[in-house]
Design a protein around this ligand. Structure first.
Ligand code: ADP
Ligand code: MG
Length: 367
């Protein structure tokens, strides 16, 4: 098991494109880290720099405290699972699993024991004689994961390993990957664009955008304490609602309804007078009706979407759109007026200029 230090990593491709900017991260032994972000934000590039498949333009990568920038992929003792499974089509499942160890000249009896052990963990025992073409997508992916975990390595790197599976297989494999991590305790870096995968698998998530880290934190921290508008809007489905408004006398005016946001702003209240902010609240943070210690708003129900375990309610607050999530039992009628509340502590304010959250913990008032 390995620990890693990524210090100011940058990647500038030969064509001059700066894909990863000043990437800093400490990864502890046994941690499950997920890099998440939209397509093109630099996740794979960062992972490939760690794997040794892409050279590091500047900055330092340390594995177990030792500089690894110049090490080849083998020397780094990492195993990578790719999006495309890259199995050997002409080899049986058994041989696919055994291949890496055979190359290393490991004793056949030991290989046999390891292959059977990994097959058992991954539920492939009955498929060892099959060829890859005779397997389902999920089974192929299991073989690919098996090939990675059969070798003793310090770090597992996985690049969108579930993206070629259908929705149901993805859920099953996701649970299996979590299970394998519990069993092996191996340090793992997992790349995905899927926030649900990130939230369910990660000890800590690294959210990226345009080559920059936006925030690093546990799923809990990212959900409850997003540092900026991007993170707040990325985690959560449907995403957080944002309403742009101007602060006047410590209040914001949302379609003629005044909300006193002095409690949100705390000691920043004066500094934000006359400035634009975003008022943010999650669909699931709302309560129908009027509640105490809450911001209360009137809205018009445009559309309801019954999803089974909950209902998404699309509302208009004057010219603003928002989504509320309610239980199926409370689903309001369409084209009716409702009142809803958002408990004070479940609301967020963001500086419209910097897009950073306005946090009461910040000591320095904004200029
Ligand atoms: P992600 O995995 O988050 O989808 P990538 O790390 O693959 O993103 O790519 C990050 C950015 O770098 C993208 O804009 C991509 O087009 C660019 N990029 C990737 N590989 C190369 C390359 N070999 N040369 C130039 N640009 C590249
Ligand atoms: Mg990628």
């Amino acid at each position: 098991m390995a620990y890693l230090t990524l210090k100011g990593l940058n990647k500038i491709y030969p064509n001059g494109f700066h894909a990863v900017h000043d990437f800093n991260l400490e990864i502890e032994k046994g941690e499950f880290i997920v890099f998440v972000g939209s397509s093109g934000c630099g996740k794979s590039t960062t992972l490939r720099m760690i794997a040794g498949l892409e050279n590091i333009s500047s900055g330092e990568l340390q594995i177990n405290g030792v500089r690894a920038n110049e090490m080849g992929p083998r020397e780094r003792e990492v195993a990578m699972v790719f999006q495309s499974y890259a199995l050997y089509p002409q080899m049986s499942v058994y041989d696919n699993l055994a291949f890496g160890l055979t190359l290393q000249g490991v004793d056949e009896d030991i290989i046999d024991e390891k292959v059977k052990n990994v097959a058992r963990i991954l539920g492939l025992t009955d498929y060892l004689d099959r060829m890859p073409r005779a397997l389902s997508g999920g089974q192929r992916q299991r073989v690919a994961v098996g090939r990675a975990i059969i070798r003793k390595v310090g770090v597992f790197l996985m690049d969108e390993p579930l993206s070629n599976l259908d929705a149901k297989q993805r859920v099953t494999m996701r649970a299996e990957i979590a299970q394998i991590h519990r069993q092996t305790g191996a340090t793992t870096i997992y790349v995905t664009h899927d926030q649900i995968e990130a939230m369910t698998l990660a000890d800590r998530i690294v959210i990226m955008k345009d080559g920059y880290i936006q925030q690093v934190g546990t799923p809990y921290e990212l959900y409850f304490k997003p540092v900026n508008l991007f993170v707040a809007g990325f985690i959560g489905e449907p995403p957080m609602n944002f309403i742009r408004a101007t602060v006047q006398d410590g209040c914001i005016d949302i379609a003629g309804q005044k909300l006193n946001i002095k409690a949100n702003l705390g000691h920043h209240a004066k500094a934000y007078e006359g400035k634009d902010i975003y008022f943010g609240f999650r669909p699931e943070a709302t309560v129908l009706g009027e509640q105490e210690n809450s911001h209360v708003l009137e809205a018009r129900v445009e559309l309801t979407e019954m999803l089974g375990d909950n209902t998404n309610v699309y509302v208009n607050i004057g010219p603003h759109n928002a989504i509320l999530k309610v239980t199926p039992y409370e689903t309001p009628e369409m084209d009716t007026d409702i009142v809803f509340s958002i408990p004070m502590e479940r609301t967020y304010l963001f500086d419209a200029e910097t897009e950073r959250v306005i946090s009461l913990e910040d000591q320095a008032a904004p200029v």
